[in-house]
Design a protein around this ligand. Structure first.
Ligand code: NAP
Length: 307
């Protein structure tokens, strides 16, 4: 299959390209800068220069492909406080990609990334979120729902909801790295409240295998969960970081949560256990790489260059 990948130079994109090439697919990756283009080419993919805001360019690239994996997201805008702008740009990009695929042939695949934390924001509480859970509208949720709706227009569409903690030695700037940075800064590894709230996690290489399986096999309109660990308590994460940094682990006083957790403060207290039972059954996805705590204890997050 000829696959167009947005976000090809990112954490997940740069792991997905070899996963797709090894499976015999041809890959064209979107790149917005010379350095990103060089990184994508070095992985063996063809390069298409362009920006997420160039909707005509996205339409052309999608029309020329048999399938699209959409991973690009304006994290720079999000971290500068413009989550709504980033989500709106994502919704426009998804619309352009989806239109092109719907017009240019039946059964073409579109797989996009979303996040399991959306379920916690949407009020799924007191149980593990499932693939059947969804919200009516909201930032990023609108992209999810638009992609699911494309199933009615002949697109083999699917959404992969990612855990907030996608970890591995390929992860340079994800939430695991941020939690380690916060601990170094404060001199202790903190958790919110009693630290009993839990988050799902998955290894980068297990995640990109799920993207490939979704691209190849997911039935139209599938919501999928890339949760390898269903839920790791925030206290256990802090304790793992603490033992690797030789620091204490303790609860962050409520009034210090915004200062300690910085951009993660608005959601650090959410409980987000997430089931991937339906995904595993549907696609035969079986994570094989280390879980979050084992991967933290493997030490690669703490070597020089990872700091
Ligand atoms: N990794 C996680 O833990 C996680 C968790 C939940 C959800 N997700 C979602 O999964 C997707 C992939 O995440 P990731 O970790 O791979 O992200 P990442 O490492 O930050 O990569 C983002 C990619 O998007 C590209 N990009 C950003 N703005 C762009 C623009 N205006 N035009 C074109 N390309 C642009 C970047 O290009 P440059 O290289 O040029 O900057 C990069 O290739 C995202 O939707 C993310 O929100 C990830």
């Amino acid at each position: 299959m000829h696959v167009f990948v947005t976000g090809a130079s990112g954490h997940l994109g740069s792991a997905l390209i070899p996963e797709l090439l090894d499976a015999g697919h041809r890959v064209t990756g979107l790149a917005r800068s010379d350095s990103s283009a060089a990184a994508v080419a070095a992985l063996g993919a063809e390069v298409r220069r362009g920006d997420l805001d160039d909707l005509d360019g996205l339409r052309q690239a999608a029309s020329a492909a048999d399938g699209v994996v959409h991973l690009a997201f304006k994290h720079d805008a999000m971290q500068a406080g413009s989550m709504l702008d980033a989500a709106a740009a994502d919704r426009s990009a998804v619309g352009a990609l989806g239109e092109a695929l719907a017009e240019s042939g039946s059964g073409k695949a579109l797989v996009i990334a979303s996040g399991t934390l959306l379920l916690a924001f949407a009020g799924v509480q007191g149980r593990a979120g499932t693939e059947a859970d969804f919200a009516e509208s909201g930032p990023r949720i609108d992209s999810e729902n638009a992609v699911i709706a494309l199933a009615e227009r002949g697109v083999r569409s699917s959404v992969v909801r990612l855990p907030p903690l996608v970890h591995s030695d390929l992860d340079q700037h994800g939430f695991t790295s941020a939690l380690i940075r916060f601990a170094r800064t404060a001199g202790y590894a903190g958790y919110p409240g009693d630290g009993a709230n839990s988050w799902p996690a998955a290894h980068t290489l297990d995640v990109v295998r799920l993207f490939r399986l979704a691209l190849e096999q997911a039935p139209a309109g599938s919501r999928l969960h890339a949760a390898a660990d269903e839920g790791v308590p925030l206290r256990e994460i802090a304790e793992a970081i603490a033992r690797n940094l030789d620091l204490p682990a303790k609860s962050v006083p409520a009034e210090e949560v915004p200062g300690y957790f910085q951009f993660m403060a608005p959601f650090i207290g959410l409980d987000n256990p997430t089931s991937s039972a339906r995904t595993r059954e549907l696609l035969g996805w079986a994570p094989t790489h280390p879980g979050l705590i084992a991967d933290i204890d493997a030490g690669h997050y703490f070597t020089a260059g990872s700091e």
